[in-house]
Design a protein around this ligand. Sequence first.
Ligand code: SF4
Ligand code: SF4
Length: 297
Amino acid sequence: MVRVATVNQIIPFSCVDGPGSRLVIFLQGCNFNCKNCHNPHTIDMCDSCGDCVATCPVGALSLSLSEVTEAVITKPRVLWDSDKCTQCDTCLSTCPKQSSPKTRQYSVPQMLELIRSQVHFINGITVSGGEATLQLPFIIELFQAIKASPDLKHLSCMIDSNGYLSESGWEQVMPYLDGAMIDLKSWQQHTHHYITGRDNHRVFISLKLLAAEGKLYEIRLLYIPRVSDFDNEINAVAGYLSQLPASVRVKLNAFQHHGVTGEARQWGTCSEQQMQQLAAQLSQRGVRNLVLPNVYL
Ligand code: SF4
Ligand code: SF4
C-alpha cells in the first residue's frame, strides 16, 4: 500500500519555521480545537459531503464518480482543480465542518520529487499543520527517505507541533528527527483546556523528552492578554523556561486577529508594549534566548 499524506499547503521557502531557509509542509487535521486558531480550516478532515461543490463560482470543485468493485463501493470524493481556483475561499465559508476541499494527497516519492526541485535553495524541511504528528507514519517514512538519499541527506528534518504526541510516537520518529518546535499555549491546565480543548500534561512530557534528547529547537508561547496566563504565572513560567537547555529558543508570539473566527475575535490583541513587558519579566527572572515578533499585525 502506498502511504500518502493529506496536505493543506506547501511553502517552498520560509525563514520562520526553523533554522535557515526551509520548505514547509502543512498537513491537514488537528487534535486541538484552539479558539485562537489562525487557520481553522486545517483542523478537520474533509468527508467529501459535497456541500461546497455547487458554491464554487468558477467550477473548480467537483465530485468523483463512485468506484464499484466486487468487494466495495467507494463513495464519491471531492476533487479540487487548483488551476481553476481563484482562492476566493467561498468553499471554506460553506463547509459545515470548517474543513477545506483544497487539499492534495502526496506519496513519499512525490514529496521527495518536490523537495529535490527546491534542494539548492533550502537548508531543510519542516512538517507543520494542522497538527503534523497526526500523520506520523508518513513523516517517519519521508524523513527516513531523506536521510537515506545521498542528494538530500544534508537537509535537516524538523517538526512543528502542539506537543500532544505520545512518548512512543516521539521515540519512533526520534532517530530521523533533527529538531522540534513546540507550542506551550498556557501554563495552567484549565486555561490550556479553555483555549485548546485539551489539557497540557502531554505537552510538558513532550518538552521534557525532546529537551533530554537535545532535539527541542524552540518552545513557542502565544501571549493573549487577559486570556493566556503567562503573566499571572510569571514566576512558575520563568522557572520552567530557565531550566531548559541554554540552546532552546523561547519564542514569544503576540496574539492577533488574522484568520481568527468565533469568540476569540472579541479578545484583545497583544501590542508591542505588552510583548516587551512580558519579555522583560521573563528576562529579569533568568530566561535566556528570547525571540520576539518582528511585526504586530
Ligand atoms: S477557493 Fe477556489 S475552490 Fe474554493 S470556492 Fe473559491 S475558487 Fe472555488
Ligand atoms: S470541504 Fe467541507 S463542504 Fe466541502 S466536501 Fe469537504 S466536508 Fe463537505
